[in-house]
Design a protein around this ligand. Structure first.
Ligand SMILES: Cc1ncc(COP(=O)(O)O)c(C=O)c1O
Length: 385
């Protein structure tokens, strides 16, 4: 039972089918002038149109990258190089792709806090904009699924005359995302978060926005990201974009929400001391972030994995690091609460039956762990027969 869609999603069958020909017979270099090269070029053009359509962009505003992390690095480093005054303003709950990159910029990074439900502190945001050179807010948090008011943050940034970037990795395919309707200058997305392949992402840069490339070479992607294009992955991202757009209007999101809500209700009814984290009204439909009193997530993950349930504590990148997540710390969670939090993230490939089974398995894992964990939260060794 794969319930870790925020870490990565399974490849959709249609995406796999679309990619297949481009690994072997369609192997040509899209920069070549022969027929094979031209076919590869038009496959890229089609994928670019599909990705642009998903986020309401123009085709020439899309730059393919090796994934979300590269798109974020390219954008932040570019803006860092173009202007040498002011801070980089962002939030304390960004993905490490933003926060770690922020520490390598030539300027200070200022992070705005969030409330206990994960909502961005827009007052602090406004206060800090005057000393910022550029600003960035994630659309949806990867751990909690909380939807940020990034459009408002963007408008405020523009009112202060500052360029605005959005990490929309966890939003695309889950909620409508349109750059056409927002005061956003740049946005990063990643195919493997919406049933596309890993190793491919896109950076949207609005026409007229300053951007200097991070990778130099053969001048691909209109000179903005050199390197021979990964045609099969780009085609896969295009196919995944078409499916993601369709899911937003074919009832898939409501079905996922019903599955997630039924799962949460079953868990809350099945064991005591459960807290549902994040803003109940501003959450993406697929994510459930739960804390269990006196029950360490590390132990729960082992018990769940033994029963075939795959989920996470915090983000995939934090896995194995025995420390409370920076997101939960920013939300004011105690160490104990942070270390007893699980992220269960569904996708369109899950079923309501799986969600019910997972709830039952989770409840018995919590009871089992609590029964061996006699004194509060702390490390335990679990012996299974
Ligand atoms: C919010 C967010 N930003 C950035 C990334 C990095 O994207 P990628 O895995 O494509 O490099 C992720 C992926 O975990 C993410 O969830």
């Amino acid at each position: 039972m794969y319930l870790d869609a925020n870490a990565t999603t399974p490849l959709a069958d249609e995406v796999w089918e679309a990619m297949l020909p481009w690994w072997r017979e369609g192997f040509h270099n899209p920069s070549s002038s022969h027929t094979g090269g031209k076919k590869a070029r038009s496959a890229i053009d089609q994928a670019r149109a599909q990705v642009a359509e998903l986020i309401g962009a123009q085709e020439d505003e899309i730059i393919f990258t090796s994934g979300g992390t590269e798109a974020i690095n390219a954008l932040l480093r570019s803006w860092d190089a173009l202007d040498d005054t002011g801070a980089f303003l962002t939030t304390a709950v960004e993905h490490s792709a933003v926060l770690r990159t922020g520490t390598f910029l030539s300027r200070p990074m200022v992070t705005c806090g969030v409330s206990e439900t994960g909502a961005l502190d827009l007052r602090a945001w406004c206060e800090n904009l005057s000393t910022a050179a550029f600003a960035s807010v994630m659309a949806v948090n990867n751990e909690t699924g909380v939807i940020h008011d990034w459009q408002k943050a963007a408008v405020l940034a523009h009112q202060a005359g500052k360029p605005f970037f959005c990490d929309a990795m966890q939003a695309v395919g889950k909620i409508p995302v349109s750059v056409a309707d927002a005061a956003v200058d740049a946005m990063a997305i990643s195919a493997h978060k919406f049933h596309g392949p890993k190793g491919i992402g896109a950076l949207y840069v609005r026409r007229g926005t300053k951007f200097s490339p991070m990778l130099h070479g053969g001048g691909q992607e209109r000179g903005l990201r050199s390197g021979t294009e990964a045609v099969p992955l780009i085609v896969g991202m295009g196919a995944a974009a078409v499916l993601a757009k369709k899911r937003l209007s074919d009832g898939a999101i409501a079905r996922i929400a019903a599955m997630r809500d039924a799962f949460e209700q079953a868990v809350v009814a099945g064991v005591s001391g459960v807290q549902v984290n994040g803003d109940p009204a501003a959450r993406v439909a697929n994510t459930s972030h739960l804390s269990f009193d006196h029950c360490e997530a590390a132990g729960l993950l082992i018990l769940l994995d033994e029963k075939g349930v795959a989920c996470s504590a915090g983000s995939a990148c934090m896995a194995g690091k025995q420390q409370a997540s920076h997101v939960q710390k920013a939300m004011g969670f105690s160490d104990a609460r942070a270390k007893s939090s699980l992220r269960i993230s569904f996708s369109a490939q899950n079923t309501a039956e799986e969600a019910q089974q997972a709830a039952a398995i989770l409840c018995s894992a919590v009871k089992k762990l609590r029964s061996v964990q006699s004194t509060g939260v702390g490390p335990v060794v679990i012996y299974t027969p």
